[in-house]
Ligand binder design. Structure first.
Ligand code: ROI
Length: 168
């Protein structure tokens, strides 16, 4: 069956094994993903860890895709990319080579054991909201409200665009 293409948003994160390269390569892989088109992506941001602090800083970014995949096919495709980056699942909130989170799937709300959309923590996390706002400032998060208002309510202190870091 042909599914009408939907706009979706993906959050990317890495804090192991050259995180800038991990996230850069993942963006290239999203560009190649079957049934999908990468429409836009944010800059890369370096961010202090949320949760356990005894781990390296993260690099985070956000991507906007148009996809004909349904949410679960898309989730499988994201997991395949994570697997190629040798993502080891197991340590909850521990360091990772690559994390790809399906943040938003059109204006859908999905609550299944495998997948919750919008991503249940996204509205509190500056490392998600800042890159997302860069590519979609007008966005509304279903059930949470305007992205700009969510962003205004979080502390963005620990976040710097990677090019700003490089040039001081
Ligand atoms: N903290 C930051 N800054 N960036 C992340 O991508 C990230 N991912 C996580 C936890 C451990 C919650 N903390 C994070 O999964």
């Amino acid at each position: 069956m042909t599914v009408a293409a939907c706009v979706v948003y993906i959050g990317l994160g890495s804090n192991l094994d050259d995180p800038v390269r991990q996230v850069g390569d993942a963006l290239l892989e999203l560009r190649e993903m079957p049934g999908s088109q990468l429409l836009r992506h944010s800059r890369l941001y370096r961010s202090t860890p949320i949760g356990p602090q005894d781990q390296p800083d993260f690099v985070n970014a956000a991507a906007m895709l148009e996809t004909a995949l349904d949410p679960f096919e898309l989730l499988d495709a994201l997991h395949l990319i994570e697997k190629r980056h040798r993502r080891e699942r197991g340590v909850r909130w521990g360091p990772r080579t690559l994390d790809l989170d399906l943040l938003l799937y059109a204006d859908r709300r999905i609550d299944s054991p495998r997948l919750q959309v919008p991503h249940p923590q996204m509205h509190r996390r500056a490392f998600v909201l800042v890159p997302l706002h860069e590519i979609a400032p007008q966005l509304t998060v279903p059930g949470q409200g305007a992205l700009a208002a969510l962003l205004a309510a979080v502390d963005t202190e620990g976040l710097r665009a990677v090019d700003e870091v490089a040039t001081g």
